[in-house]
Ligand binder design. Structure first.
Ligand code: PLP
Length: 447
């Protein structure tokens, strides 16, 4: 499919009819940014029910790592579906789950033995990590970062500190959770410059939290995204993650990296934490791991996984069809797609950076591989955020046939399938350019 091809007003008549039905029967808690109703998809293109074709730089929120319906993934899914759909890997054995655990042990950046717990989603992967950390250390508290997103089940939600709407009305949340400032170098929480930064934002943990509030020997784990996803595609500098590792080691605290969004090749390495050369104790994995089939994995140092039978399990976790999809996904990532993410990602980042010359709305372009964020501001000096303009740009891009998503207060994320080509990246940059031009022409920026 060649994208984009937009031939109706959006939403088209069939899409509008389905959205009206949805409004009557589907939970209104979902965050639909624009009215896309998919009919089918392939690679990096999506066709809607009215025949409009879009270039996909959202990938179902960073999930379709191998592209939509990659033929090898579809074949593995169909073959496995014909053999058996479910047997509950928590109560019985099947080879696929063992093979996937072996594969995960080989790819996570943890030396020595690794064991995996299988769930169905990112939030379950984090939930299991929190429970494992408490169980393995016998300590009650968890430390995480402001702006972090780790899921919406009650334990993971307590660790999440992204937007108040995600927590409002659901309290009291799990006790024993503390938050510290994240290394947002565009808006440094402690006023340092990225060029000379020594991760001073982490002093808050050492000099404030551990002095006034919390005894480090009662902290089970620090949970961190190497690149904040929902928080705005904020790339923590290597020294932040390295210092965090030193700090956790010094106090016997486990380092849990949430690679749900940043993992599985998206950043040009299998896991984003590898860019910093840091070895975590636990890795939470989901989204891209099975190309769109539901799967969450909590991979941990084998010596930490000492919990007994019955301590934690999931009926559907490690579903055989999802495991089959994951095994093919990992093979495709290793063969070509991680390298493609690095190459096309660099091209995309360079192209978006060059747009900053003519678009004052662009405050910052950042990312690694095909995990790319553009932060919009109303004024480059004051860095006043531009949330309305951000939403308008996302909508203007959609009308032109480009699927992108917001992240954080005023950022846009590009999280395309990792099969995106340089040509497609060029098309995305051109459409984004047009969307910015349209919005800048209709808003009064404080320039
Ligand atoms: N962790 C991170 C970093 C995420 O980005 C997300 C979802 O966006 C989650 C956890 C939760 O994943 P899920 O929606 O599959 O529960």
């Amino acid at each position: 499919m060649k994208a984009p091809v937009i031939q109706t007003a959006l939403p088209g008549p069939k899409a509008a009819a389905l959205i009206a039905r949805d409004a009557k029967v589907v939970s209104p808690s979902y965050t639909r940014g624009y009215p896309l109703v998919i009919d089918h998809a392939s690679g990096s293109t999506v066709q809607d029910v009215d025949g409009n074709v879009f270039l996909d730089c959202a990938a179902g929120i960073a999930v379709n790592s191998t592209g939509h319906s990659h033929p090898e993934v579809v074949k593995a899914v169909a073959d496995q579906a014909g053999r058996f759909l479910h047997m509950s890997g928590t109560d019985f054995y099947y080879e696929l789950q063992v093979r996937l655990a072996e594969e995960i042990a080989a790819i996570v950046p943890i030396e020595g033995g690794v064991k995996s717990f299988f769930g169905n989603s990112g939030t379950e992967a984090v939930e299991a990590a929190i429970k494992l950390a408490r169980f393995a250390t016998g300590r009650p508290n968890i430390l995480a970062f402001l702006g972090g997103f780790h899921g919406r089940t009650l334990g993971a939600l307590a660790v999440t500190a992204s937007k108040p709407v995600q927590r409002r009305g659901f309290g009291p949340l799990m006790a024993g959770v503390y938050h510290a400032p994240y290394a947002d170098c565009y808006r440094c929480p402690v006023g340092m410059k990225p060029e000379t930064c020594a991760a001073e934002c982490l002093d808050y943990i050492d000099h404030q939290l551990f002095v006034h509030l919390l005894s480090p020997d009662e902290v089970a784990a620090i949970v961190v995204e190497p690149i904040q996803g929902e928080g705005g595609y904020i790339v923590a500098p290597d020294q932040f993650l390295q210092r965090l590792r030193e700090l956790t080691r010094a106090h016997g605290i486990l380092l849990v990296v949430d690679e749900v969004q940043s993992g599985m090749g998206r950043t040009g390495k299998m896991f984003a934490i590898e860019h910093a050369g840091v070895e975590p104790d636990v890795v939470a994995i989901a989204k891209g791991v099975a190309s769109g089939m539901p799967l969450g994995v909590t991979a941990a140092r084998a010596d930490l996984m000492t919990w007994p039978p019955g301590a934690h399990a999931s009926t559907f976790g490690g579903n055989p069809v999802s495991c089959a999809a994951a095994l093919v996904t990992i093979k495709l990532l290793k063969d070509r797609l991680i390298a493609n993410a690095a190459d096309v990602g660099a091209h995309l980042i360079a192209g978006l950076k060059s747009l900053a010359d003519k678009h004052p709305l662009i405050g910052d372009v950042r990312g690694r591989g095909l995990m790319v964020g553009v932060e919009l501001v109303r004024n480059r000096e004051t860095k006043e955020r531009a949330p309305d303009e951000r939403n308008a740009v996302v909508t203007a891009a959609f009308r032109r046939g480009l699927l992108i998503l917001g992240a954080g207060k005023s950022s846009i994320r590009f999280s395309p399938p990792l099969v995106l080509t340089r040509d497609e990246a060029g098309t995305a940059i051109g459409l984004f350019d047009q969307a910015l031009t349209e919005v800048e022409a209709t808003t009064s920026l404080n320039l």
